[in-house]
Design a protein around this ligand. Structure first.
Ligand SMILES: C[S@@+](CC[C@H](N)C(=O)[O-])C[C@H]1O[C@@H](n2cnc3c(N)ncnc32)[C@H](O)[C@@H]1O
Length: 265
């Protein structure tokens, strides 16, 4: 499913809440069910592993300096993979992982305990985050927006805006429609694999209006197809191609777009 930001299909409040309720239950069921095998499914191929590692490192770099007083919320935290990487990279600030699925949170908490990480996990909904206004320094939200039709995106962003402190940082990740459409047309079985829950893509050219309340917004690409193969053969060349997808129009061919923005003072 490809949805552009100019969509004018505004549902009525009643239809919206019934639809959203249905979607919420479907997603809870889906992720509770998939939780035990979630991590395994995502490291099944070298290229997937490469993409996740790459995306997590890029987001880590975008977070910038943190200290013990920094409150960082990762939502949805899933099985905690991103926060574990941050701890392994030596980040020692306060981290809270929020997710709506108890199944995912149980896996996250268990893995965290096993690794000896000090991370808090709590159940919560992206549409009503369990935080006071202006209380969070850094909010990361990876691989979530594609789960919701575009009409819900402004509401999700407003909630993130509410809880962030003025000057606070949001880093999120959106599925790139240009690459999504190409895959649907060219990759056999792509649609079928997405049957459980179709992904909602976004036209990269229509992202900016969504962030009009925010400051210093910029976007970079991650997950350019074949980058992991290039990396295996010629790591230096792969580094160059990666720089291009972060800094030039090449980002429009990447799997996802990482958006970095700050809440104004
Ligand atoms: C594709 S996973 C991404 C998890 C994690 N960010 C990662 O990168 O591995 C999507 C997650 O969104 C969670 N989720 C779905 N709807 C949510 C909602 N309304 N509020 C909070 N979490 C939600 C699911 O339970 C699932 O863990």
């Amino acid at each position: 499913m490809s949805i552009t930001l100019e969509s004018n299909q505004e549902p009525s409040v009643q239809t919206e809440s019934a639809e959203l309720e249905g979607l919420r239950s479907k997603l809870i069921h889906l992720y509770d069910h998939n939780a035990p095998r979630y991590d395994n499914d995502r490291s099944i191929t070298d290229s997937l592993h490469f993409y996740f590692d790459h995306a997590h490192r890029a987001v880590n770099a975008l977070i910038g300096p943190t200290n013990k007083d920094t409150l960082h919320v990762d939502m949805p935290v899933g099985t905690g993979r991103f926060l574990f990487l941050l701890r392994e990279q030596g980040r020692d600030h306060r981290m809270i992982g929020i997710d709506i699925s108890k199944g995912m949170l149980e896996v996250a908490a268990q893995n965290s305990r096993q690794c000896g990480h000090d991370i808090e996990f709590s159940q919560g909904d992206a549409f009503s985050l369990p935080f006071a206004d202006n209380s969070v320094d850094v909010l990361t939200s990876l691989r979530m927006f594609h789960l919701f039709p575009h009409c819900y995106w402004p509401g999700l962003l407003d909630e993130m805006y509410r809880v962030l402190k003025p000057g606070g940082t949001l880093i999120t990740e959106l599925r790139n429609a240009a690459r999504g459409t190409a895959c649907q047309l060219l990759v056999p079985g792509f649609r079928k694999r997405r049957k459980q829950h179709p992904h909602v893509f976004v036209n990269p050219l229509s992202i900016k209006p969504l962030f009009r309340r925010w400051e210093n917004m910029h976007m970079q690409g991650v997950g350019l197809d074949a980058l992991s193969k290039i990396h295996r053969i010629a790591p230096i060349l792969a580094k160059g191609v990666d720089t291009l997808q972060r800094t030039t129009f090449v980002r429009y061919f990447s799997k996802t777009l990482i958006i970095h923005a700050t809440k104004p003072f």
